[in-house]
Write a protein that binds this ligand. Structure first.
Ligand code: GLP
Length: 266
C-alpha cells in the first residue's frame, strides 16, 4: 500500500484527479477500443477529485468517452431524482459536467423490487466489462469502505447492508442534519468486489478520519475496519491530507513521505 500525504484537501484532490486522468489517457492510447472501467464513490471526500477531473476535462486534457463507471452504493428506497440519492449526487457533481455516454454509467437501483437479483446482476455487469480497472473510494469515520460497515465479511460481494448509527449520524448532514431521514439500508458493492479491482485509490481527509486511518494503516487486517483489506491488495493507494494523519506515528508519516520523495525523483 502507498500512502500519499498531501498538505491539504485541495492538493490531495488534485493529486488524485491527475493520477486518474493519467491512467485513463494512458489506457486509451495503449488499449484503444477497450473501455476503461472506473469504480466511483459518493460522499464529501471525492468532491474535490470530481471538481478537478471536470477541470481537466474542460481544459481538453481528458475525455470520458471510453470510460464505463460503476458506483459503489445507493440507498434503498430513494428514487434517482431524490436529491439525497447517490444517482442524483453523481449527476450533479460529476456526470453532468463531462462527456461520458449516459449508457456507460452504472449505479445500483435502490428501488429494485428484487434486491438480490439487482445485486447479482451488478456483479455480472462488472464482470462482463472485464472487471474494474481502478476503484476510487472514500472511507467512513469507522473505517468502512462503500457501505461495508464494521464486521462485514472481507470476502463480501454486492448486497444489502444495514447502516450503523455512526454512519447514519455522519450522513445526516446531507439530510438537513436529521438522522431519522437517513435510510436504514443501502445496496453496496462488497469488500471482495473492491478487492477485485486491479487498482484501488482512496481519498481520506480531515481529523475525524484520523482514528480510522491509523487502524487501517498501522494495525492488522480486521473486519472491524473494513478498509484495512487494502493491506492485502497488490495495488492500493491512500491519498490523504495532513489533518487525517494526526493519529499516525511520526515514524509512519516520515516513512511514507520518504518513499514519496523517492517516487517524485523518478
Ligand atoms: C458513506 C459512503 C462511503 C463514503 C463514506 C464517507 O458511508 N457510502 O462510500 O466513503 O460515506 O463519506 P465522506 O466522504 O462524506 O466522509
Amino acid at each position: 500500500m502507498r500512502l500519499i500525504i498531501q498538505p491539504d484537501y485541495e492538493r490531495a484532490s488534485r493529486w488524485t484527479a491527475e493520477y486518474i486522468a493519467k491512467k485513463i489517457t494512458k489506457h486509451s492510447k495503449q488499449q484503444a477500443g477497450k473501455p476503461f472501467v472506473l469504480g466511483l464513490p459518493t460522499g464529501s471526500s471525492p468532491l474535490g477529485t470530481y471538481r478537478e477531473l471536470i477541470n481537466i476535462h474542460k481544459e481538453g486534457r481528458l475525455s470520458f468517452k471510453s470510460v464505463r463507471t460503476f458506483n459503489m452504493d445507493e440507498y434503498v428506497g430513494l428514487a434517482p431524482d431524490h436529491p439525497q440519492s447517490y444517482h442524483y449526487f453523481m449527476m450533479e457533481n460529476f456526470f453532468n459536467h463531462i462527456d461520458i455516454d449516459r449508457r456507460h454509467i452504472h449505479i445500483l437501483n435502490g428501488m429494485a423490487a428484487d434486491i438480490e437479483k439487482e445485486c447479482s446482476l451488478y456483479e455480472e455487469a462488472i464482470a462482463s466489462e472485464g472487471g474494474i480497472e481502478l476503484f476510487l473510494g472514500g472511507m467512513g469515520s469507522d473505517g468502512h469502505i462503500a457501505f461495508n460497515e464494521p464486521g462485514s465479511s472481507l470476502a463480501s460481494r454486492t448486497r444489502i447492508k444495514h447502516l450503523t448509527p455512526e454512519t447514519k449520524e455522519d450522513n445526516a448532514r446531507f439530510f438537513n442534519g436529521d438522522k431519522t431521514k437517513v435510510p436504514d439500508t443501502a445496496l453496496t458493492v462488497g469488500v471482495g468486489t473492491v478487492m477485485d479491482a486491479r487498482e484501488v485509490v482512496i481519498v481520506v481527509n480531515g481529523r475525524n478520519k484520523a482514528r480510522a486511518l491509523r487502524a487501517v494503516v498501522e494495525e492488522g487486517v480486521n473486519h472491524m475496519w473494513t478498509l484495512s483489506c487494502l493491506q492485502m491488495h497488490p495495488k492500493a493507494i491512500i491519498v490523504c491530507d495532513e489533518d487525517s494523519t494526526e493519529e499516525l506515528k511520526v515514524g509512519t508519516v516520515r516513512y511514507f513521505k520518504n518513499i514519496q520523495h523517492e517516487f517524485d525523483k523518478i
